[in-house]
Write a protein that binds this ligand. Sequence first.
Ligand code: SF4
Length: 177
Amino acid sequence: MRQEELAAEIRRIGFSCTRCGECCRETNTDSNLVMLYPPERAELCTATGREGEEFSEPYPEAVAMPGGGSIRFERCIRRREGVCIFLDGNRCQVYASRPWICRTYPFMLSGEELMVFQCRGIGGPLSEGEAWEIAGLLLARKRAEEQEEDRVRTLLSTHHIPAGADVLIDGTGMRRL
Ligand code: SF4
């Protein structure tokens, strides 16, 4: 989908953040799970001065291997009692460095399809410029996702996964859990 079409569709739907902070809290199972690609993790390390391990953990979904063991792909932001650890009251402490998915919520691209998640801000006023920016971010995330998938595919084809091991794979490599 081209940015023009995407921006027009987003503007038609409308969105204005009410600053309720609900998207940063778990309202349904894993509703606030924020996947972090390696560049996003690096950005948050720089912004917070913390190690990635401190604020991120392996993505919960695991692919079971036929001979035992499992693979998990990518990492996500840690949560405390279902709340993103970067949320303070209703404020994001890493707002300027927040991941793509947080910047575009409640919109997300699934392939070419625009998905809209439940959010009380839907239907709110959205300027042409804001819609254009969200569309650009969605397309940038899609490109980053495709590049990350390529890196992970290459890793999978070049690395031996030890039998029975639980491993984590992202674009930076494979490590045992
Ligand atoms: S990083 Fe910020 S915007 Fe994203 S879920 Fe956490 S608190 Fe919310």
